[in-house]
Ligand binder design. Structure first.
Ligand code: PGU
Length: 407
């Protein structure tokens, strides 16, 4: 018989969000009367806005015409979309290094690209992550064999860089391992913290000095409202020689189900031997990816029109208002929390309690699903993440229920 890939066996448990969905199902089986509200997975809830929807519809309609039909497209994405992303999200940003269209690779989402990016570095690269962090960085590293097995407190081969109230949710950069792959997410999932220009400048310097490469996840960049906070790592000088940026249309325009993202790999980024990372990424994309859906890409193009950008702003404002409501409810209860002002997540601390214990308590007494902080890494223990994605009336109802929470 064929033996199992031992890397899969090294994963300690199921992926976090299906595990939460299972607990919700188990609770509902016992309490079928419960009207559960989810502030758990960061899944968008509001309809796609009219101008962007028209772009999708037009993309689909084209396919039904002889002139407009297209089959496989370029694996890297439509040139017009690559150009537009470079222009709108980078070249019009203050202090951003100029990004050219051939440094933009269109994808079916940031999660998928984070998984594929690991093919660039293989199984022997040391990995550093913010702790807590989006689970795909660590679980993906285990799957490719760069990390694992679990040693009781973390996976072998992963440097967990704690981010907590003591360090203002920014890690101690002296702990970066040499020649490693460093994952960094800002605005952060799960803490909602956003790194300042000075912090990102220090990060880029530390990554350069340690001979490492940074994978910067900017999936929530469009939630930044404070103008002095960088939206892209390429606003930091030097990032073009040490960083890759992954990004997505999921959270700014509700394309979580449509699936569209992009990755920036600068042509100035090289390995130790001088080989081009951009050329290798092109090779990987052309080999194990066949391009994002052409319909989705027309939707993406519409999102980058002035009208689409206005809709993007309105949609992200809506979720940020949800975040404000949740945060003030928690603060009124005396719960210490961060995030929610430039990010759609609130990170709340419950000292002396385990995350799963608090998760169960909130589910049982408020019928609200959350995400246990320990699912994002060892430093997440005793925290709960509240997601601001939800219909306003559900958020208001959840806040009312949470305001009666006693622990
Ligand atoms: N990057 C970060 C930091 C994310 O939080 C998420 C989604 C993604 C990437 C995925 O982006 P796509 O472009 O849609 O692939 N995080 C959500 C959803 C859970 C999941 O497993 O992706 C969350 O609740 O954390």
């Amino acid at each position: 018989m064929l033996v199992r890939n031992k890397n899969i066996g090294n994963l300690k448990a199921g992926y976090l969000f299906p595990e939460i969905a299972k607990r919700r199902r188990d609770f509902l089986a016992k309490h079928p009367e419960a009207k559960i509200i989810s502030l758990g997975i960061g899944n968008t809830t509001e309809p796609i806005t009219p101008h962007i929807d028209a772009g999708l519809v037009e993309g689909a309609r084209r396919l039904a015409t002889k002139e407009g039909y297209t089959g496989y497209g370029d694996e890297q994405g439509m040139t017009a979309l690559r150009e537009r992303i470079a222009q709108v999200f980078y070249n019009s940003l203050k202090g951003c290094r100029t990004i050219s269209a051939d440094e933009v690779f269109i994808s079916d989402g940031a999660k998928c690209d984070i998984g594929r990016l690991q093919l660039l570095f293989g199984s022997s690269v040391p990995v550093a992550v913010q702790d807590p962090s989006y689970p795909v960085y660590v679980d993906g590293s285990v799957l490719i064999g760069a990390a694992g097995p679990w040693n009781g407190t973390g996976y072998e081969g992963i440097s967990y860089l704690p981010c907590n109230a003591e360090n203002n949710y920014f890690p101690d950069l002296a702990k970066l391992p040499k020649n490693s792959l460093v994952y960094f997410c800002s605005p952060n999932n799960p803490t909602g913290a956003v790194a300042t220009k000075d912090q990102l400048t220090a990060l880029v310097k530390a990554v350069q000095e340690s001979g490492s490469i940074l994978i910067f996840d900017a999936a929530y960049a469009e939630y930044i409202r404070s103008p002095e906070l960088p939206k892209s790592i390429f606003q930091i000088p030097g990032a073009e020689t040490c960083a890759i940026e992954v990004n997505s249309f999921s959270k700014p325009i509700g394309f979580t189900g449509v699936r569209l993202g992009w990755t920036i790999v600068p042509k100035t980024l090289v390995y130790d031997g001088g080989e081009s990372v951009n050329a290798d990424w092109n090779r990987i994309c052309t080999t194990v990816f066949n391009g994002a859906s052409n319909i989705a890409q027309y939707g993406g193009l519409a999102a980058l029109d002035p009208e689409g950008l206005k809709e993007m702003q309105q949609l992200t404002d809506y979720y940020l208002e949800n975040a404000r409501l949740i945060r003030s409810t928690l603060q009124n209860l005396g719960i210490s929390c961060v995030g929610g002002d430039n990010a759609p997540y609130i990170w709340a601390q419950f000292p002396g309690r385990t995350s799963w214990d608090v998760f169960e308590k909130i589910l049982e007494t408020c019928w609200v699903v959350t995400t246990p902080g320990s699912g994002f890494g060892p430093a997440g223990e005793s925290f709960i993440r509240f997601s601001a994605f939800g219909h306003r009336e559900d958020i208001e109802e959840a806040c009312q229920r949470l305001s009666r929470l006693t622990l």
